[in-house]
Design a protein around this ligand. Sequence first.
Ligand code: ADP
Ligand code: MG
Length: 108
Amino acid sequence: MAGFSSGEQTVIAAAISEIARNILMYAKQGEVFLSLATNGDRQGVVVVAKDQGPGIADLERAMQYGYSTSHGVGAGLPGAKRLMDEFEVDTVVGQGTTITMKKWRRVI
Ligand SMILES: Nc1ncnc2c1ncn2[C@@H]1O[C@H](COP(=O)(O)OP(=O)(O)O)[C@@H](O)[C@H]1O
Ligand SMILES: [Mg+2]
């Protein structure tokens, strides 16, 4: 996939899985868009996960390990951030959440 090693693909899949799981759990429905991108000598995968659920009231806490409003493990968001190279959350309470995350690899 896009020149990523199978190990890197596993890492990307794990991050997508956590974010998709959150959509089902907190927003009930949403969408995950995948695309490829190029930036100089880097190629990458861009994941955009979008929902129109409740939004995240305290994003700073939600990005910390162990914080969960559902008695979960609280590792999904911080874990996905650690697994990817770029991680951006755009959330508005009552309107929804969009997470954009990217993973790059150098093209020789
Ligand atoms: N798509 C989402 N919509 C609303 N709230 C979310 C969403 N994703 C995460 N959250 C909030 O962020 C918290 C932390 O998420 P996460 O790190 O995945 O832990 P967990 O899912 O185990 O609670 C969740 O408990 C929830 O309150
Ligand atoms: Mg989660």
